[in-house]
Design a protein around this ligand. Structure first.
Ligand SMILES: CC(C)(COP(=O)(O)OP(=O)(O)OC[C@H]1O[C@@H](n2cnc3c(N)ncnc32)[C@H](O)[C@@H]1OP(=O)(O)O)[C@@H](O)C(=O)NCCC(=O)NCCS
Length: 414
């Protein structure tokens, strides 16, 4: 029987949920709070679902998002999610067909970008997604967290109730969206997701604390963290395994960044502080520490990006250096992008249009996505044989034009 594809209605969500869980070799979540949220956030009209007769054998959906791009513009973005194919139907092209329909759908909706978190890094390159931003896991022993350098810290950290947190945190987050390319905006529903912290998702860890830093009554940064206590005996120096886990640390300036790290480092009765994707990789922490070797940093891949509409995406961002570049994009999956595009851009804005000029550089759609937010350097990809310089000096120009003041970052998990 041929496989058919269609969006589902909301009343088919239970079946979808079951099919998706099976696709991940798991069972549907029994926690009603999580289930209810997943249902509320689900956008059925955006789903692409594969059927073998009446059997649901492939699941795919997406969320309506906006992403900040270099220069601060916000572009519409399809947040790809729920991607599975039943273990009974794999390696027959079902994912490929779902991706085809989904990317066509993004294009029809006028969404120039798509992004996803991938379970395995080998899956999505063939569909034109590229590794657009990195995160890192950090860990440090509390005894070695003295600062040698830091901005002056003149404000105050205060706790806030979870119920009130979004009111204080959202404006800080908004300012971070202007600073960091790659940030995905949060509406009320996604703030609810950010703060929910359901016990079923915590693997027995205690709930989050919510705190913010303010100067002269103006909040400039916030932190969400949890503390796992693990006392072995009553001696303070044997509080092995007690740790502060930073969930999100978002600040709109360097003082707040330093103040909130200091706050987390100074929490008593723990011996380790850890963080992951919830802190930006270029926040300067290494350079604040008196003993930087004590901070372990382990990079891992974050969001994967796809330029659905290359000229719209390239003309929406700004460029660190005034310049012109003819970019040949190889895009076999979204043929409308395949060809050479000239970008004339600078710090004030950019134009991008198809050109018959000889290309300055050649790269794949996925690699264009990797450099788009400033996460990867064109010359670094060239060293890996992924970007080809066609005219002398153009690779250096590409490096300088695509560079961003801050490394891209994203906090929305979907
Ligand atoms: C990943 C997954 C959706 C792929 O579905 P699928 O229908 O088997 O994929 P397709 O048949 O369309 O495969 C397309 C190509 O990708 C390759 N591919 C697909 N999944 C792959 C994987 N996990 N590892 C390596 N290659 C993979 C296929 O071999 C095929 O290559 P080819 O074109 O050279 O023949 C499916 O394996 C799955 O559900 N995995 C578990 C859940 C998961 O990880 N989902 C992704 C969440 S981000």
């Amino acid at each position: 029987m041929p496989i058919t594809y269609r969006p589902i209605a909301l009343d088919e969500f239970e079946r979808f949920d079951l099919a998706e869980a099976r696709g991940f070799s798991a069972h549907p979540d029994s926690n009603s709070e999580i289930k209810d949220f997943e249902r509320r956030v689900f956008e059925p009209e955006r789903s692409v679902v594969a059927f073998d007769g009446d059997l649901m054998v492939g699941t795919c959906g997406s969320f309506t998002f906006e992403m900040s791009v270099p220069g601060g513009a916000k572009l519409r973005l399809g947040g790809t999610s729920h991607v599975t194919v039943s273990p009974t139907h794999r390696r027959r092209g079902i994912l490929t067909e779902m991706m085809r329909r989904q990317l066509d759908g993004y294009r029809e909706r006028g969404e120039p970008l798509a992004a996803l978190w991938t379970s395995e890094t080998v899956i999505y390159g063939r569909f034109g997604y590229g590794l657009a931003l990195m995160h890192e896991r950090r860990e440090i022993d509390r005894r070695h967290t003295a600062f040698a350098h830091s901005p002056d810290i003149g404000g105050q950290v205060k706790f806030v109730d979870k119920k009130e947190a979004a009111k204080v945190f959202a404006p800080i987050y908004e300012r971070a969206c202007e600073m960091f390319p790659g940030m995905i905006g949060r509406n009320d529903l996604w703030w609810e997701a950010a703060l929910a912290d359901p016990s079923a998702m915590r693997n027995q860890a205690p709930a989050l604390f919510h705190a913010f830093y303010e100067v002269d009554g103006i909040p400039t940064g916030y932190v969400m963290y949890r503390v796992r206590h693990n006392w072995n005996d009553s001696l303070p120096d044997s509080i092995q395994g007690s740790r502060v886990g930073i969930h999100e640390l978002v600040a709109s300036d360097d003082e707040a960044t330093a103040a909130l790290w200091r706050f987390c480092f100074d929490i008593d009765l723990v011996n380790t502080i850890t963080a992951g994707g919830g802190v930006p990789i270029d926040d300067g922490l290494t350079w604040m520490l008196a003993d930087p070797r004590r901070l372990t940093r382990k990079p891992y891949d974050g969001l994967w990006l796809r330029l659905v509409d290359v000229p719209t995406a390239l003309s929406a961002r700004t460029y660190a250096e005034e310049g012109s570049l003819a970019i040949e994009v190889e895009d076999s999956f979204c043929k409308w992008n395949d060809g050479t595009w000239r970008v004339d851009g600078g710090t004030e804005g950019a134009d991008c249009a198809a050109t018959n000029d000889e290309p300055d550089i050649t790269l794949s759609a996925g690699d264009l996505a990797a450099i788009y937010l400033g996460g990867a350097k064109p010359s670094e990809l060239a060293r890996a044989g992924r970007v080809v310089e066609r005219t002398a000096g153009s690779l250096g120009r590409a490096d300088r034009m695509f560079a961003t003041a801050r490394s891209p970052w994203n906090l929305v998990d979907f």
